[in-house]
Structures are given as structure tokens and as C-alpha cells.
Design a protein around this ligand. Structure first.
Ligand code: ATP
Ligand code: MG
Length: 427
């Protein structure tokens, strides 16, 4: 036997067992997003490297050291998408979706970053991203937050804290930047290597450092809030008023900045303390300049991305139920040939009636078929013997409760199982 090939570090297989929770999250997310008028968009997983350099910013962790970049056979530099907003904006501009109109869009799928793999941080991970274009007022910022709050509520996820902040306009930020650089230069000896590098290119990123040794320096840094321009301040106050009216608790975190360059004004994160160091489950904000930077007409925009690995892990910790995918009925033909053929037909008939049915294929003894029936998670097994079938009967065995095995006529078995298994049926 040759040596088995293993997956790439930091890239996970998602197995059926774990996926039932993912599928539940995705289903509920789609329902919620549709209820707010958001429509799905799909765009490629690979784009020109230039797209990410231009949108995310050269002096960011992602562009400096996390991108999966390669040359294709034509010698073009391409990159696996590290996030979705850039591709979404590119697609929106290219297809004329953004000019002079309001667009509410969402997407889901894998993202790739060459980070140090650890709990809650992977090299292939998955996001649901949501973007709203063409609205400059804070009502849409509030709406995006309401979308997420409703999602947590419907999933039954508790204990997430909403943190919000405003980064102001690029002009106001430039003023703050000087004050911040002065402060940081005054404490040069406390800066770690990353922060020293960021000091020149992108000093605000120092505030986003995850290094524990930097936290007291960051906590004492001058606050961006005192440097907000008047309009950004009003925008932020209005957002706070909307959140209060909607009964969404929040905490203003003046040190909250986002890792990417393109954010303006509102930024927010949903954070939990239950997942250890990687506690941000969802992050977003406003990025009014990005569409123009990517070659479109200036268009205000806001959005967020939620990390499915972290959300699924939190949901699992809180015992959120996954989507029910197991069969309800297991059809066990106790002989080959004609009996199996009738079993296949009966299973079809039950699926026509709306039931999830697993057919036992590959023959086997009664004992081995019952063992598999039990493992499948089905509630009922239908046992098909040659003599019974000749009398147009099957045996119904309840696998989950003490109940005498019953013989039921072939023509009644659908109705019998529907009454016990379909939504609204008394359990
Ligand atoms: P962090 O500060 O944790 O590095 P980020 O600011 O880089 O996050 P965003 O680019 O805003 O993250 O992505 C939005 C969300 O996607 C994050 O809040 C997180 O839930 C998830 N996420 C980001 N990077 C990873 C990763 N490497 N592995 C798993 N999930 C991730
Ligand atoms: Mg990151």
C-alpha cells in the first residue's frame, strides 16, 4: 500500500456529521437574508492579484503575508480570494449592478489566507458575506446589524456582544493618524516588530494587534472618537439611536478598527468570550470609498462577513440542533430478486409521499440489516419478507420506542408513516 496523501495544513474536511449544523446555519441565514431583500451573488474564487492589492491595501496582514498568490500558465498573477467584498464589488461594477441603484447582495463560500493555523483560524475557512450598495445613511448600517441579530435569535445563539465604533472619513482619520503616530513613537520600545512596521504604512492597524503584550499600550492610546468629523459623529449617533430603538444592546469600543484599509465610518464586530482568542464571529462596517477605488462610480456601501467555522463551533458549544438529514424510514428487503425489487419500488413510493427513506442495498441477514437500520438514525424499519409480500403486507418495526411490530397492508403503509413522521404529526 502506498502512503496516503494528507490534506494541506489549515484546510479542513467538513464531514457529514458536522455539516448538519453548517447546513442549518446556512438555511436560516438564507431565510433571514431573503426576508430583508438580500439576493445571492456568486463570483470566482480566484481573481487578479491586483484586485486585492488595490482594495484591501498594501500595508495589511492579508496582502503582506497571507495571500495565496501564484502565476498561471499565461504568467498572470492570480490570487485565491482572501475575502469576498473585493470580488463582490468587482462583479457589481463589471455587470453594472451598482451604478445609481440600491443593491442588497449576499454570498457564501471558502476564503483562503496563509495564517498560522490554530483553533478558529484556518487557511481555508468559510464566510457568509453581506453587502448593501447605494445607501449612505446609517439606517442601512442598523439594518445589517438587525440581520445578524435576527440570525443569532433564530439559531438560538446566545452571549454574543455587539461592539461598534466609527472610523470617520479618510480626511478626519488623517488628522488622528498624526496624533496616533506621535503617541506610538513616544512608546517605541513597547512596540512589537509588526507594529513598528505598521507605524509608517498603516499606524491604525497597530490598534488591531492581537499581541497580548501590546494591549495596555493600545488601551491608553488616544481615541479616534475625539477626532471624528461632525458628519461622522452624527452618523454614529443616529446609528446608536436606531440600535436602541430596536432593543439591540451594544458597546462602543473606541479601539475597534478593522484589518482592512477600506473601511469608513461605522465598524462593528460580534464577539464571544466562549471561543478563546478567536472570539470575533462576525465583522463588518461601511466602506464608502471602495467602489470608486475599484473603478466604479462613487457609491456608498456597507457590509459584513461572518466566519462559519467560528459560528458553527459556538453553535455546537451551545447545543444548537443541526438540520435533520437522517432517514426516517429504513427499507429492509429480506431476500434478493423480486423482494428487493419491491423494496426499491416501495421506497420510491414513500419518497413520493415526502419521507426520507434509506433503502438497504447489498442484501444481508435480518440481523445485519437491522443493525444498519439502527445506525442510520431512522425511526422505522420496514421488513419485507417473501411470504408477507405475497400477501401484500410489510412488517413495521419502531426502532426508537417499545412498540409491538405490526403488519400493515402495502397500500396503507405510506399513510401510516406519514401520520407518524411528517411535520405536525403527533410524535
Ligand atoms: P481576525 O481579527 O480574527 O484575524 P479579520 O479581521 O482578519 O479577523 P475579517 O477579514 O473581518 O477577519 O473576516 C470576517 C470574519 O471571518 C472574522 O470575524 C472571522 O469570524 C472569520 N475569519 C477571518 N479569518 C479567519 C480564519 N483564518 N479562519 C477562520 N475564520 C476566519
Ligand atoms: Mg485576520
Amino acid at each position: 500500500m502506498s502512503k496516503a496523501i494528507q490534506a494541506i495544513r489549515g484546510m479542513n474536511d467538513l464531514l457529514p456529521e458536522a455539516l448538519s449544523l453548517w447546513q442549518r446555519i446556512e438555511q436560516v441565514a438564507e431565510t433571514v437574508l431573503t426576508a430583508y431583500g438580500y439576493r445571492e451573488i456568486r463570483f470566482p474564487i480566484i481573481e487578479k492579484t491586483e484586485l486585492y492589492k488595490r482594495s484591501i491595501g498594501e500595508v495589511t496582514d492579508i496582502v503582506e503575508k497571507e495571500m495565496y498568490t501564484f502565476e498561471d500558465r499565461n504568467g498572470d498573477s492570480l490570487t485565491l480570494r482572501p475575502e469576498g467584498t473585493a470580488g463582490c464589488v468587482r462583479a457589481g461594477v463589471e455587470n453594472g449592478l451598482l451604478h445609481n441603484q440600491v443593491q442588497r447582495l449576499w454570498y457564501a463560500g471558502p476564503m483562503f489566507r496563509h495564517e498560522r493555523p490554530q483553533k478558529g483560524r484556518y487557511r481555508q475557512f468559510h464566510q457568509i458575506g453581506v453587502e448593501a450598495f447605494g445607501i449612505g445613511t446609517s439606517d442601512i448600517d442598523a439594518e445589517l446589524i438587525l440581520v445578524t441579530a435576527r440570525l443569532w435569535k433564530l439559531l438560538g445563539i446566545r452571549g454574543l456582544e455587539l461592539q461598534i465604533n466609527s472610523l470617520g472619513t479618510p480626511a478626519a482619520r488623517a488628522g488622528y493618524r498624526q496624533v496616533l503616530v506621535e503617541y506610538l513613537r513616544g512608546h517605541q520600545e513597547q512596540l512589537d516588530e509588526d507594529s513598528r512596521r505598521r507605524l509608517d504604512g498603516n499606524p491604525l492597524r497597530v490598534l488591531d494587534s492581537k499581541n497580548p503584550a501590546m494591549q495596555s499600550l493600545i488601551a491608553a492610546a488616544p481615541s479616534l472618537h475625539e477626532h471624528l468629523d461632525e458628519e461622522s459623529r452624527r452618523h454614529f449617533e443616529q446609528l446608536c439611536a436606531y440600535l436602541q430603538a430596536a432593543n439591540i444592546p451594544y458597546r462602543v469600543n473606541p479601539r475597534l478598527v478593522r484589518g482592512l484599509d477600506y473601511y469608513t465610518r461605522t465598524v462593528f464586530e460580534w464577539v464571544t468570550s466562549d471561543l478563546g482568542a478567536q472570539g470575533t464571529v462576525c465583522a463588518g462596517g461601511r466602506y464608502d470609498g471602495l467602489v470608486e477605488i475599484l473603478g466604479g462610480q462613487a457609491t456608498p456601501a456597507a457590509g459584513f462577513a461572518l466566519g462559519l467555522e467560528r459560528l458553527a463551533e459556538l453553535a455546537a458549544l451551545q447545543k444548537v440542533a443541526g438540520a435533520e438529514r437522517r432517514p426516517q424510514v429504513y427499507v429492509a428487503p429480506l431476500a434478493d430478486g423480486n423482494v428487493t425489487q419491491q423494496g426499491l419500488m416501495l421506497a420510491e413510493q414513500l419518497r413520493d409521499a415526502g419521507l426520507r427513506v434509506e433503502m438497504h442495498c447489498g442484501s444481508g441477514s435480518l440481523k445485519s440489516q437491522l443493525k444498519r437500520a439502527d445506525r442510520s438514525g431512522a425511526r422505522y424499519a420496514l421488513l419485507l419478507g417473501a411470504n408477507e409480500l405475497a400477501a401484500a403486507q410489510v412488517s413495521v418495526k419502531n426502532l426508537r420506542a417499545e412498540e409491538p411490530q405490526q403488519q400493515i397492508g402495502l397500500s396503507e403503509v405510506s399513510a401510516f408513516l406519514q401520520a407518524r413522521l411528517l411535520a405536525g404529526a403527533v410524535q
